[in-house]
Design a protein around this ligand. Structure first.
Ligand code: PMP
Length: 306
């Protein structure tokens, strides 16, 4: 369970944690049409707190709303401010932020275009999503029996509440079978992503990841890792990948706001490489953490001071 913080920002005001309630007939609760984000704030080695790629997250939130025809009730600027204020009001020097745009009660039909739109930002402390050991030693994964949404079934580039049933089913299946995380294929059998992470493969020194026409979320950590890899001189290829390319890989890792850069040491009971975290993953992971929580200031444009 997460630890409660003092306040949650709801429709422009901070309310006590226990007062941040939603009506039983809220449209999003019944039909799943809501857009959200997951954002991390880091305490850096000099003691300052910064939000990582805040504007990109809020831009994606507004993109998700646009695609599913929700007009947020507050502006982009107000959302940006609310994220920073949520950390300040709750005295958080680091943690996770969860903005959500959801639709309230009114009409109960599926169309219901005039129900009120609400916005919230909550924050809480969140350590390593898959555990500290996962970051150091890597995780065990299994290809899911659940395919990722077809590009014309859901809005794969949107981060929408209801779409996460697909992720939850895959994650639960993997955990119940004794693995740490699921690897999901698309409906054509190509590698898509994890239940809440993008995926990368290293073979012969070249970094591969599914391109943006694949059924993947346009991950902000994915983008950061692509930038970092190019800066480190690691060749990058964005392309479709197959399951056996995972099994034959020298290295595999996941990226995500929650998962950060998590090495994958096993896919379907087959060790990746020699089963240890590989050198390319290590270089990228260490650069990522130097930028987010260390002292590397080469990407100050990614950091918003709190
Ligand atoms: N794919 C899915 C399905 C996700 O939920 C996430 C987490 N937002 C990601 C990829 C990674 O995206 P990001 O790096 O922007 O957190």
């Amino acid at each position: 369970m997460i630890d409660k913080v003092k306040k949650i920002w709801l429709d422009g005001e901070f309310v006590e944690w226990q007062e941040a309630r939603v009506h039983a007939l809220a449209y999003t609760l019944h039909y799943g049409l809501g857009a959200f984000e997951g954002i991390r704030a880091y305490k850096r080695s000099d003691g300052t707190t910064h939000v990582f790629r805040l504007r990109e997250h809020i831009d994606r939130l507004f993109g998700s709303c646009k695609m599913c025809l929700i007009t947020p009730n507050v502006s982009r600027e107000r959302f940006l401010q609310a994220c920073v204020e949520t950390l300040r009001v709750n005295g958080m020097s680091e943690g996770y932020l969860r903005p959500l745009v959801y639709v309230g009660e009114g009409d109960m039909g599926i169309y219901a275009p005039n129900n009120p739109v609400h916005s919230l930002v909550a924050g809480w402390a969140w350590g390593a999503y898959l555990g500290d050991e996962a970051l150091r030693k890597g995780i065990r994964t299994k290809i899911s029996s659940f395919a990722r949404h077809h590009i014309n079934v859901g809005l794969v580039k949107a981060k929408l509440s209801g779409q996460y049933i697909n992720s939850v089913l895959a994650k639960r299946e993997a955990k119940l079978a004794g693995y740490d995380e699921a690897v999901m294929l698309d409906v054509n059998g190509y590698v898509s992503e994890g239940s809440g992470e993008n995926i990368f493969v290293v073979r012969n020194g070249i970094l591969h990841t599914p391109d943006l026409s694949c059924s993947i979320l346009e991950g902000i950590t994915r983008d950061s890792v692509l930038v970092i890899a190019r800066e480190l001189g690691i060749p990058v290829v964005e392309t479709r990948l197959t399951r056996d390319q995972l099994w034959l890989a020298d290295e595999v890792f996941f990226t995500g706001t929650a998962a950060e850069v998590t090495p994958v040491r096993e896919v379907d009971d087959r060790a990746i490489g020699d089963g240890a975290v590989g050198p390319v993953t290590k270089r990228i992971q260490s650069r990522f953490f130097d930028i987010t929580r260390g002292s590397d200031s080469s990407h100050s444009e990614w950091l918003t001071r709190v």
